[in-house]
Design a protein around this ligand. Structure first.
Ligand code: FES
Length: 161
């Protein structure tokens, strides 16, 4: 599924943070929030607007762990596998989600780019372990069944959208 990249969000970020190199990280952060990853198409665009080499932007994008260069699904599902969540059985949740969506350790995003399933080392919600986060929302004390039900709810909502 092709995705058209709209640069408006970058123009707005440049307006907000300035068109200098020191604004680069803030601009990339805004881009990551918007696209949920950093599409390659934005590198030449930003290089021109900020007047810095594309390779430098690419370097910053690959240096910081929070930036992703891989396209993700509309819904990014993060299964916490930090200690608190792991001991309360987060792995069966991860396995159930992967099975439901036909994903694996190697294949993290569905072909329709609807879901990405990944693990994180702590969501900062240890007292609600095991926790799952979908985009910006945390879902506490999950089980494999409630996690799959959540996915199905989202699928239903999308089908009726
Ligand atoms: S270990 Fe899972 S929220 Fe902290």
């Amino acid at each position: 599924m092709e995705q058209t990249i709209n640069f408006e969000v970058l123009d707005q970020a440049i307006k907000d943070y300035g068109n200098e190199e020191k604004a680069l990280i803030a601009i990339l952060q805004r881009a990551q929030e918007h696209y949920r990853y950093l599409p390659r198409e934005i590198f030449p665009y930003l290089a021109e607007k900020l007047d810095i080499p594309e390779a430098r932007i690419y370097g910053v994008a690959t240096f910081y762990e929070n930036f992703s260069l891989e396209r993700k699904g509309k819904y990014v599902v993060k299964v916490c596998d930090g200690t608190a969540c792991h001991v309360r059985k987060s792995i069966p949740i991860l396995e159930a989600l992967r099975k439901e969506l036909g994903l694996s350790e190697a294949k993290k995003t569905t072909d329709d780019y609807m879901f990405t399933v990944e693990t994180v080392s702590c969501l900062g919600a240890c007292s609600s372990a095991p926790a799952v986060m979908v985009n910006d929302e945390i879902y506490p004390t999950m089980t494999p069944d409630t996690a799959v039900a959540l996915i199905n709810e989202i699928k239903e909502k999308e089908a009726n959208a």
